[in-house]
Design a protein around this ligand. Sequence first.
Ligand code: SAH
Length: 348
Amino acid sequence: MKSIYGYSEVDFENYLLSLGEKKFRAKQLIEWVYRHKIKSFDEITNMKKSFIEKLKEDFTIDEFECVKLQESSDGTKKFLFRLSDGNLIETVLMVNEYGYSVCVTSEVGCNMGCAFCASGLKKKLRNLETSEIVLQILMVEKFTNIKVTNIVVMGIGEPFDNYDNVIRFLRIVNNPLGLEIGARHITVSTCGLVPKIYEYSDFDLQVNLAISLHAPTDEIRNKLMPINKTYNIEKLKEAISYYIEKTNRRVTIEYILLDGINDTIDCANKLADLLHGLNVYVNLIPYNEVLEKPYKRSKADNMRAFFDLLKKRRINVQLRREQGSDIDAACGQLRSKEMKKEVLWEEE
Ligand code: SAH
């Protein structure tokens, strides 16, 4: 049996054709699943009984158990969900002036090993299934009674290390008969898996790309992000240029400011040199300190000076507003107390 939430419209069409059924029923199925939010296939009224029985044999309509829900003073909510195999994942809902934005997790753990990041403290156990990424959106809507308008794939995991499932997820949530989340309202963030950036450039949906850069030189980036030893800044920049050329879309560059590591005026100048002429938007992110890591957040004056220098050099830049840090839901903080306990338990 498969989860009904793992199938895109094309997947349903192929399934229907294999049964000798009409292709247009794929559209009907999507409406039943995502608009009517059926709990049982028996709720379907416009399909014959024998076909409904077949659906029951082949698919489950599953849910996550919400183990914990924390709410921040700024309205941010963090969900701890239990997957069917017992693994725990986190999903964050943020309230913005433009709507409701959900930060989804793409893998159980992460193998990228970025030196400053809490998520990587737990090695990747497995990819999330497409349905498990889709269910994060559905469960957030169910538990809060809101309609999600924006998605960032920036939770735990490297989305381009689980590329096919993430791409299928994007198709499903974007489907106009289903959740109908506009491609322009969706952003996928990568630490820089270059071959996948090329593949993503040729993807037919107009979804956004964010790159976790965090350093202006290979020397610094090699120390922070092991992926840089495989795909250095030059290769990454070529891939970003290709994406911009192919899609005509502006790329977001994420840059965490780490005290004494990458936050000097010299770094800001080098970053401006690197990005000069590229259609990018730089998001400067105040580092959220992680107990097990030695890095410190940049001093406010240095962050300001870094920001001002980029502005002066005519780079589009913003200093990101923090959300949900009081419940450990801010950038890079995803990894719950429960998950820490779980890791300890494994070590015993
Ligand atoms: N693997 C993807 C997506 C998940 S991380 C990626 O690397 O882009 C989402 C963002 O949070 C990345 O830019 C990541 O570098 C950043 N981040 C990780 N730890 C952080 C921390 N402690 N404080 C602030 N941002 C952090």
